[in-house]
Design a protein around this ligand. Structure first.
Ligand SMILES: [Zn+2]
Ligand SMILES: [Zn+2]
Length: 294
């Protein structure tokens, strides 16, 4: 009945530019709706791997404006126009989103002018954008799909959002970037699938020698450790918890650190996400992609 509710992790990285994990981006398909959440590095490549029409997704929700969640926007917005998107690109995000999109339009003015007016004569409608600046409590509703916005704790980045997506009586929650957040626990009750960010501190520190001590501490304090994540999961009891936005590794023992740390505080189902992992949310919550790696 609700097997048409599917989440695909397009990119699962932190800012680290690894080839194994592209930038943070998550696709949610529910009925006829195709919604993108964050658009980090390589989002359009991952979408294209799903099928030639996927890059034409035209609804994007942003958790916050850190660059690792948005640097893929111009690529998706411009390239999908060349690939045939004729609909305006709609973006929902925190304050600053409208300015960012207007500045992107300015930055790429030469290309837009050439392709629209001189060369390919691509339609204006396909490069138009509509930016909505939203806050906690905002709801998007379309064809039985509801996306609810709530605040998480990624201070000093405020606001930073998590999203609760409901369809056919099932619930998917995306944490966004956050340290342990009581507000997330409140808004994630009843989740079938919880996608949560994570940092493996030891793995991260082992690869962060070039950072200042201040920078290292800031990174660890702005995110959620495996031990903390397990406590969060225990208060929500999702059918499945999946880690994305993985900080730490590759080339480290981060997977063992993630699982051992989580197991100290949580006994339920948890998986380490990877690029192109897909999860079907129906009577069961099950991983349907065959790819395994990283
Ligand atoms: Zn991030
Ligand atoms: Zn962030």
């Amino acid at each position: 009945m609700t097997a048409d509710f599917k989440v695909t992790l397009l990119g699962t990285s932190s800012p680290s530019p690894t080839i194994e994990r592209f930038g943070m981006s998550t696709l949610v398909e529910a009925g006829d709706e195709r919604l993108l959440f964050d658009c980090g590095r390589g989002a359009i490549q991952r979408l294209f791997q799903l099928g030639p029409d996927y890059p034409r997704v035209d609804k994007l929700f942003l958790t916050h404006l850190h660059s690792d969640h948005i640097v893929g926007i111009p690529d998706l917005w411009l390239t999908a126009w060349i690939m045939g998107r004729k609909t305006p690109f709609r973006v929902w995000g925190p304050v600053g989103t409208a300015d960012m999109m207007a500045h992107l339009e300015q930055a790429y003015q030469a290309d837009i002018h050439i392709r629209r007016d001189l060369d390919e004569l691509l339609p204006q409608s396909g490069i138009d954008f509509i930016a909505h600046e939203i806050a906690e409590g905002f709801e998007y509703r379309q064809d039985g799909v509801t996306v609810s916005t709530f605040d998480v704790d990624h201070r000093p980045v405020t606001p930073a959002f998590g999203f609760r997506i409901e369809y056919g009586g099932r619930v998917v929650v995306l944490s966004g970037d956050t340290r342990p957040s009581d507000n997330l626990v409140r808004h994630a009750q009843g989740a079938d699938l919880l996608i949560h960010e994570i940092i493996a501190p030891q793995a991260f520190l082992s690869r962060a020698a070039q950072m200042t001590e201040h920078h290292r501490q800031a990174v660890i304090e702005h995110h959620t450790t495996p031990h903390q994540a397990g406590e969060i999961f225990s208060r929500i009891s999702p059918k499945l918890a999946v880690y994305s936005h993985v900080i730490g590794g590759p080339g480290t023992d981060y997977k063992a650190e993630l699982i051992e740390g989580t197991r100290a505080t949580y006994a339920g189902a948890v998986e380490i996400g990877y690029d192109l992992m897909a999860v079907e949310v129906g009577d069961e919550v099950r991983i349907v992609s065959s790819r395994t790696d990283a």
